[in-house]
Design a protein around this ligand. Structure first.
Ligand code: 5AD
Ligand code: SF4
Length: 420
């Protein structure tokens, strides 16, 4: 029996899809990239913005036909939109067999057992050795949930409060991924650097300790983490990043807005000045590092002046790339009670913001022309630099190999280079 997975949303969802896939493989199912071969179809949904949810729902609607084409097919809907709208989904789409919300991902194995026993036909279970995941770059979830309550954000409602995986579990997952061929580990959590646990060292074991311990696992060549919250970007974490060679010189640090009054209304827990100071510290500790960000435009009450502050912060921070999001009202969040702006205004600000981010991103990439970069090959001739630029290389390379590459083109988001 084969299963197919469709994933929407963030890296956390990608990691959750992998985890659910491993549960299915442990039960003898084989993953396929072809929907027509599959008997179980899993759609892992996102609800962070309305657009993401709409896309998943229209796909779920289309799955009715897929299901009818062969007896015994199962449709499983998981993730954040599943958590938020469980009842609606079950009523609106009777062809769904199972809904597993984001808070229940860790119970997925047990929940899915029930579904697999409920087979209505006697299809052959095509038992196979579970496929090993041979990805060079692997995700390891270290915490779930979020204790923040940013006023625009639905995540704390659908993923719940923070819980941390024990250090030993994390390290053993890292070892498993390395044994399967991973060379790069990306630690994942909603506010990944808030990680802490009572340790035996007489003080809390924190995110910096975790970085050190992951780096000590044999075979780990690179470490990344997403997404950190600026509030927990302590000096100790910065020093550890700078001193542990495996930790890459790249950070995705969501700022959301460049205006202190808006940051306050968002309950972000830092000011514009504190954020910029943090960027300075990071760049001083790791010269040449790349920093990227998330920005929301059109948050309720964002004045023209607030918006200019965001544009000027982008200039000051010199982000290497960034994701600009149009504010999307999420029912049940505090900001949903505030009056929202017209689509036109949000579109306009989005365009303007994107133009600034893209201009700076291109300028920064072009500075790479002629430079040499260390690229870890992930698939075919595709890899990433330590600074997290995607790179297309010419030369004889194998997945898992680290090569030095001279950059020959840096116009697009994927830079090009030749092996030296
Ligand atoms: N509207 C628009 N963007 C949002 N994000 C989170 N919630 C919303 C929302 N309601 C963005 C934030 C976050 C990223 C993952 O999604 O920028 O960092
Ligand atoms: Fe949402 Fe804020 Fe938590 Fe990030 S830190 S998941 S934006 S509530």
């Amino acid at each position: 029996m084969k299963f197919y997975v469709r994933t929407y949303g963030c890296q956390m969802n990608v990691a959750d899809s992998d985890e659910m896939g491993r549960h299915l493989q442990a039960r003898g199912l084989v993953q396929t990239e072809d929907m027509d071969e599959a008997s179980v179809l899993l759609v892992n949904t996102c609800t962070v913005r309305q657009h993401a949810e709409d896309r998943a729902f229209s796909e779920i609607g289309r799955l009715k036909k897929w299901k009818l084409r062969q007896a015994g097919r199962k449709v499983v809907i998981t993730g954040c939109a599943a958590e938020r709208t469980k009842e609606y989904l079950e009523n609106r789409f009777p062809h769904i067999d199972l809904v597993v919300g984001a808070k229940s991902i860790e119970d997925f194995g047990r929940i899915v057992d029930g579904l697999l026993e409920r087979r209505d036909t006697d299809e052959d279970l095509e038992y196979a050795i579970p496929a090993t995941n041979d990805r060079v770059s692997a995700f390891v979830t270290i915490m779930r949930g979020c204790n923040y309550s940013c006023t625009y954000c639905i995540v704390p409602y659908v993923r719940g409060r923070e819980s941390y995986h024990p250090m030993e579990q994390i390290l053993s997952e890292v070892r498993d991924r390395v044994a399967e061929g991973a060379r790069e580990i990306t630690l994942l959590g909603q506010t990944v650097n808030s990680y802490h646990r009572d340790g035996s060292k007489g003080r809390d074991t924190d995110f910096a300790d975790l970085l050190e311990n992951v780096a000590a696992v044999d075979g780990v060549e690179r470490i990344r983490f997403i997404s950190p919250h600026p509030y927990y970007m302590t000096d100790r974490v910065i020093d550890t990043m700078a001193n542990v060679p495996q930790v890459c010189e790249s950070l995705h640090l969501p700022v959301q807005s460049g205006s202190t009054p808006i940051l306050r209304k968002m309950l972000r827990n830092y000011t514009r000045e504190q954020y910029l100071k943090l960027i300075d510290k990071l760049r001083a500790a790791m010269p040449g590092m790349t920093i990227s960000t998330d920005i929301i435009v059109g948050f309720p009450g964002e004045t023209d002046e607030d918006f200019r502050q965001t544009l000027s912060l982008i200039e000051e921070a010199q982000f290497d790339w960034g994701f600009i999001f149009k504010y999307s009202t999420r029912e049940g969040t505090p900001a949903a009670a505030l009056e929202s702006f017209s689509h036109e205004l949000i579109e306009e600000r989005h365009r303007e913001c994107l133009a600034v981010v893209d201009r700076i991103a291109l300028e920064k990439r072009q500075k790479l022309l002629g430079s040499q970069q260390e690229v870890l090959i992930e698939e075919n001739t595709f890899g990433r630099t330590r600074t997290n630029y995607k790179a297309q290389v010419t030369g004889n390379v194998l997945p898992g190999e680290t090569v030095r590459v001279e950059v020959t083109n840096a116009q697009r988001t994927t830079i090009e280079g030749k092996v030296v």
